[in-house]
Design a protein around this ligand. Structure first.
Ligand SMILES: [Ca+2]
Length: 467
């Protein structure tokens, strides 16, 4: 009996000593919540960083029920490495290019300090970003066919179809453009009568000894794109500075930006197609009302413009343009221009603002020490993101942001405010467009050799108002 009692006491004692391990709440070990290593944040990063993703935490989800509602968070499964230093450009300068093969300056520069932007409504809007499409390779232009379908160009030469947010595995078209530096398959625009004639326009780099650029009309038929009809050939090209943005204006004409092809003087040469904004009829012929009789040139003096859009309400035309990356000892000086017919935008004679009446000043520039490396742009006239109504939104490659620009003036627009959106959250940003749903869509360009791609880059992201 005593022996049994002793055994019982021993068992109770053991049970008591084990109990705390199973009933005490687990205390997280400091430093283990963030499983994904990221670079040491700089003060700038800290100020702009979004919260670390919480989905990877091993702790009960009750501890982290929801992200802070006022902070737009990137896709939680793909934290973007917030590195300060861009990877070196893998491209080597071609013999004809005396300048560094970068569309952005090599030296890190501070970005514009966002200024507080007064909204037009009492309730400020916080944009919310979601991943729409993954696993693209250097998407360059995005165009919506309708509410369900979109096309996207990939610079290595593929035209891809997206159906209800699903990237279709087989390209609609593949062009032999790979390995042409900043060139390749770039601009895309649909014919105004696309639903009837299936016509679409592409601008791409090809090789004819040296790189050249071409604008062609293709036809969509039976789920494929083909039947190339070359509208304009032999546009000067190079490993850098190929322009490449296409647009069809409210006048029904086809517009195309061309780069200076690393030969700055061509931008001022009225007989060269390089360094220009071109305007043509949809069959490639010269419109009768172009500013220079018999010429496709609509405006000149451009270095490398990659953004183009019209304000649907005012009809005004805007374009973003990359500033110098070493030419004449200059850097930075990126531009947002209001384009007028026959205007000379200065390159390479003048940069920034000038007193020379021969040249049109930019409505905004990045200054002599700062760079955006601006790419695609849109004048937002949708309703969904109503606080951005009438604003210009353009993507920054080197800048790694979307620049929101507030304008005033129906005929002589002037910039009254601006701010940086999504700074360093998604990496390099190329195309910026508005979908039929009024959401803003933008593409990353992190696989172009100058970015730090995450696993499912490049991506198309969709911006909607947070609820
Ligand atoms: Ca200029």
């Amino acid at each position: 009996m005593i022996r049994r009692l002793l055994m019982l006491l021993i068992v109770l004692a053991i049970a008591a000593s084990c109990a705390p391990e199973t009933t005490e709440p687990t205390t997280p070990t400091p430093g283990t919540e963030q499983e994904t290593p990221v670079g040491e944040p700089t003060p700038d990063d800290v100020a702009l960083a979004t919260p670390s993703p919480t989905v990877e935490t091993p702790y009960p989800p009750a501890q982290t029920p929801s992200p802070a509602p006022q902070t737009p968070s990137p896709a939680p499964e793909t934290p973007y490495p917030q590195a300060e230093t861009p990877s070196p450009a893998p491209e080597t300068p071609s013999p004809e290019t005396p300048y560094p093969p970068a569309e952005e300056p090599a030296s890190p520069t501070p970005t514009v300090t966002p200024s507080p932007t007064p909204d037009n409504s009492d309730v400020p809007m916080e944009p919310q970003v979601e991943v729409w499409v993954r696993n693209l390779e250097i998407p360059w232009e995005l165009v919506f066919i309708d509410e369900e379908r979109a096309m996207v160009t990939e610079r290595p030469g593929r035209l891809r179809l997206i159906v209800n947010g699903e990237l279709q595995p087989q390209p609609l078209l593949t062009l032999p453009t790979s390995g042409l530096g900043e060139g390749g398959l770039m601009g895309l625009v649909l014919d105004p009568n696309f639903s009837q004639n299936g016509h679409l326009y592409l601008m791409y780099t090809y090789r004819d000894g040296a790189p050249r650029n071409r604008i062609s009309r293709f036809t969509w038929q039976d789920g494929q794109v083909g039947n190339e009809n070359i509208l304009l050939d032999n546009i000067p090209g190079a490993r850098i500075h190929n322009g490449g943005r296409l647009g069809i204006g409210p006048d029904g004409k086809l517009y195309a930006t061309t780069g200076d092809a690393s030969d700055p003087d061509l931008a001022q040469n009225p007989d060269s197609l390089a360094g220009k904004l071109l305007r043509m009829n949809l069959d490639g012929s010269v419109p009768d009302d172009n500013p220079f009789s018999g010429s496709l040139v609509y405006s000149l003096g451009h270095r490398n413009a990659q953004g183009l859009d019209w304000d649907a309400e005012t009809g005004l035309l805007y374009s973003t343009e990359h500033g110098p990356t070493g030419e004449f000892g200059l850097c930075c000086r990126d531009e947002l221009n209001h384009i007028v017919a026959g205007g000379n935008y200065g390159w390479p004679e003048v940069t920034l603002d000038s007193d020379d009446p021969r040249f049109v000043d930019p409505i905004m520039h990045s200054g002599p020490d700062n760079t955006w490396a601006p790419a695609g742009m849109v004048v937002y006239r949708g309703d969904l993101l109503r606080h951005w109504h009438g604003n210009i939104l353009f993507g920054g490659l080197r800048g790694q942001h979307i620049h929101r620009v507030v304008l005033e003036g129906e005929e002589e627009p002037r910039v009254v405010d601006s701010e940086l959106l999504f700074h360093r959250e998604y990496g390099r940003i190329r195309a910026v467009v508005v979908g039929p749903d009024g959401a803003l869509y933008f593409t990353t360009s992190n696989r172009d050799g100058r970015g730090q791609p995450v696993a499912d880059d490049d991506r198309i992201l969709r911006v909607v108002p947070s609820q």
